[in-house]
Design a protein around this ligand. Structure first.
Ligand SMILES: N[C@@H](CCC(=O)N[C@@H](CS)C(=O)NCC(=O)O)C(=O)O
Length: 219
């Protein structure tokens, strides 16, 4: 099996896939996305039509996938199944639910808030950015409520798809919308920060510096 990951180590969604790969112990080759390299970008667009990271090519199986959650479902299957997508259907449903909540109501708004900061002078949508920040705060409340059953990880007592998603997305988003007075969310994030697979993804990103247009976390 040869896995090629089209990504950039600083990308939150790229880190989501890398965390899964490290968690499952699957070796992969990184195809570094560099927007100023037309050859790389042409190759990237051929595998990921919206030019969104990550994309995965399994060269042996001649299989191309994008959308991080789908990539992780495939990786889990390759690794034998039942780890990042639990075997128990209820646990699998919860893992997918938490992944969707974080992707849709944290990652999406976060990306829009960041992109808004790079708009040309006079084109910024501050009203839209404030609305997006409210969506993230609502997601923080939902996650805090969900964690109140005492679970260790995002979907229960084992590390799943939900945690691969949460680790990078929460780490970036809290710099735009602080966790505030939500102790369970903070504690879960602390556990994610110590998970060796995510630590490795962060180590991969470290040489690129801090590219996030936001101050360090407040809390
Ligand atoms: N829903 C997608 C989101 C992917 C995404 O937004 N990736 C960002 C990087 S974190 C990206 O490729 N941005 C590049 C761009 O928008 O030009 C997934 O889960 O894979």
């Amino acid at each position: 099996m040869t896995l090629r990951l089209y990504s950039h180590p600083y990308s939150g969604y790229g880190q989501k896939a890398a965390t899964a790969l490290y968690e499952l112990g699957l070796p992969f080759e990184l195809r570094l996305i560099q927007h100023d390299d037309p050859a790389v970008m042409a190759e990237f667009r051929a595998v990921s039509p919206f030019a969104k990271m990550p994309a995965l090519v399994d060269t042996e199986a001649d299989r191309t996938l994008f959308e991080s959650s789908v990539v992780i479902e495939y990786l889990d299957r390759l690794a034998g199944g039942g780890r990042l997508i639990p075997v128990d259907p209820e646990a699998a449903l919860e893992a997918r639910f938490m992944d969707r909540i974080i992707d849709t109501y944290v990652g999406g708004p976060m990306n829009r808030i960041v992109l808004n900061k790079f708009r040309p002078e006079g084109q910024a949508d501050d009203y839209g950015a404030a609305q997006d920040a409210e969506v993230v705060a609502t997601a923080w409340d939902l996650l805090e409520t969900r964690l109140a059953d005492g679970r260790t990880w995002g979907a229960g007592d084992s590390f799943t798809l939900a945690d691969c998603c949460a680790a990078p997305i929460l780490t970036y988003a809290r710099r735009l919308v602080p966790f505030g007075d939500r102790p369970l969310l903070k504690a879960w994030h602390g556990r994610l920060m110590a998970r060796p697979s995510f630590v490795r993804a962060l180590e991969d990103a470290a040489p690129f510096g801090d590219l996030m247009p936001a101050p360090p976390p407040e809390d």
